[in-house]
Design a protein around this ligand. Structure first.
Ligand code: DAH
Length: 339
C-alpha cells in the first residue's frame, strides 16, 4: 500500500508539472480524488487491513490526499493565470494602428435627375406609381392601342422572355395598370427602367429610364396638358423657359404631340447642347385615346385625360454635359465622383 500511495503521489505531481491545459487537470482530479478515484478506493479498502494497522495507514492516505489536493489547487491556479495572461495578450488592441477607411459614395447622376423630377411633380400634386419591368404583351402593347402588327412589337427592338412576356419597352403600361384600378381622378408619374434591343453606342443603351405621366378626370383638355407641361419645363430649366408643341403620332394618344423647351444652356440662341437649334426635345404627350380609356374600364364619355412620357438619360446628359450614355452604366468611380 505504501508503494501504491507513493506512486500515485509521484505520478500525479509529475503530470501536473507538465500540464498545459486545465481540462487535463480536471480529468486527472476525478481519476484520483473522485468518488471512484484511486485514492478514494484505497480509503475504502482500509477495512481489509488488520485492525492495528488501520489508524496509521488511514493517517497516511489522508496526508497524501491533502498533499495532492494542494498540488491540484496550486497548478490549477497557476495555469488559469497563464491562460488569462495569454488571452489578454491576444486581445490587446493597438490604438495607434490607423483605422479602416470607408469610401462614401455619391448619388448617381440618374438618381439625382429622377429625384429632382419626382420633387417637381410631387410639388404639382402628382403621386408616384410603379409597375413591373417584366410585362405582358397586353399591358405593354395591346391595352395601349398598339395593333398586333405594329413595328414596335418587332423582335428587332423588343426583348421577349421564353414564356411570352416582354421587358417593357416603355413606362406607358403603368398607365393601364393604374387606370384598371378604377380609382378616379388619376394624377400620377411613373419613373422607371425600360428595355429595347438596341446596340450599346454613345447615344443608345438596351436599358434606359423613362418617366411617364397620366392625368384623368372629368373635363381634362389639351389646355390642361399644355399648362401642366409648361409649368414642369419652367421648374426644370428656369422661369424664362418657353415651350412649343409639334404634332406627332402615338398610338395611345389623340391628338399627340412632342414638346420642346428652349435650351437651358443658351436660352434659345443656339449652342452645342441644343445643336444650334435653340430648342431641346423634352417629351412626347397627348390626350389619352378613348380606346385606351375604355379598354381600362373608364367611361370615355365622362372622363378624359392627358399623358406624357420622357427619356431621362437625355435630360441627365444635357444637364451635365455627358457625351456618351455608356458612362452612366459603367460605374467608373472617377466618373461618378463628379456629381
Ligand atoms: N411611350 C412613349 C415612348 O416610349 C412615350 C410617350 C409618348 C408616353 C406620349 C406617353 C405619351 O404617355 O402620351 O416613346
Amino acid at each position: 500500500m505504501h508503494d501504491r500511495l507513493e506512486k500515485i503521489k509521484n505520478s500525479t505531481e509529475e503530470f501536473l508539472k507538465n500540464a498545459t491545459e486545465l481540462k487535463g487537470i480536471e480529468e486527472l482530479k476525478v481519476k484520483v480524488l473522485g468518488k471512484k478515484g484511486e485514492l478514494t478506493e484505497m480509503l475504502k479498502s482500509m477495512g481489509s487491513l488488520p485492525k492495528e494497522e488501520r489508524p496509521a495507514m488511514g493517517q497516511l492516505v489522508n496526508d497524501v490526499r491533502i498533499f495532492i489536493e494542494e498540488k491540484f489547487d496550486y497548478y490549477t491556479r497557476n495555469l488559469s493565470k497563464k491562460a488569462r495572461e495569454m488571452q489578454i495578450k491576444a486581445e490587446k488592441i493597438d490604438v495607434s494602428i490607423p483605422g479602416k477607411k470607408f469610401e462614401i459614395g455619391s448619388k448617381h447622376p440618374m438618381t439625382i435627375v429622377i429625384d429632382e423630377l419626382k420633387n417637381i411633380f410631387i410639388g404639382m400634386g402628382y403621386s408616384i406609381a410603379e409597375g413591373p419591368e417584366v410585362e405582358t404583351n397586353y399591358y405593354n402593347f395591346e391595352a395601349l392601342n398598339v395593333p398586333e402588327n405594329h413595328p414596335a412589337k418587332d423582335e428587332q427592338d423588343t426583348f421577349y422572355t421564353t414564356c411570352g412576356h416582354v421587358l417593357r419597352t416603355q413606362t406607358s403600361p403603368v398607365q393601364v395598370r393604374i387606370m384598371e384600378k378604377g380609382e378616379l381622378p388619376i394624377k400620377i408619374i411613373a419613373p422607371g427602367k425600360v428595355y429595347r434591343s438596341d446596340e450599346l453606342d454613345p447615344t443608345h443603351s438596351p436599358v434606359f429610364h423613362q418617366l411617364e405621366g397620366l392625368v384623368v378626370d372629368e373635363g381634362i383638355t389639351m389646355g390642361d396638358l399644355k399648362g401642366a407641361l409648361e409649368v414642369f419645363a419652367k421648374e426644370l430649366f428656369g422661369d424664362e423657359t418657353k415651350v412649343r408643341f409639334r404634332p406627332h403620332y402615338f398610338p395611345f394618344t389623340e391628338p399627340s404631340a412632342e414638346m420642346d423647351a428652349t435650351c437651358f444652356a443658351c436660352k434659345g440662341s443656339g449652342c452645342r447642347v441644343c445643336k444650334d437649334s435653340g430648342w431641346i426635345e423634352l417629351l412626347g404627350c397627348g390626350m389619352v385615346h378613348p380606346n385606351v380609356l375604355e379598354m381600362s374600364g373608364i367611361d370615355s364619355k365622362k372622363y378624359s385625360g392627358f399623358a406624357f412620357g420622357m427619356g431621362l438619360e437625355r435630360v441627365a446628359m444635357q444637364r451635365y454635359g455627358i457625351t456618351d450614355i455608356r458612362l452612366l452604366y459603367e460605374n467608373d468611380i472617377r466618373f461618378l465622383k463628379n456629381f
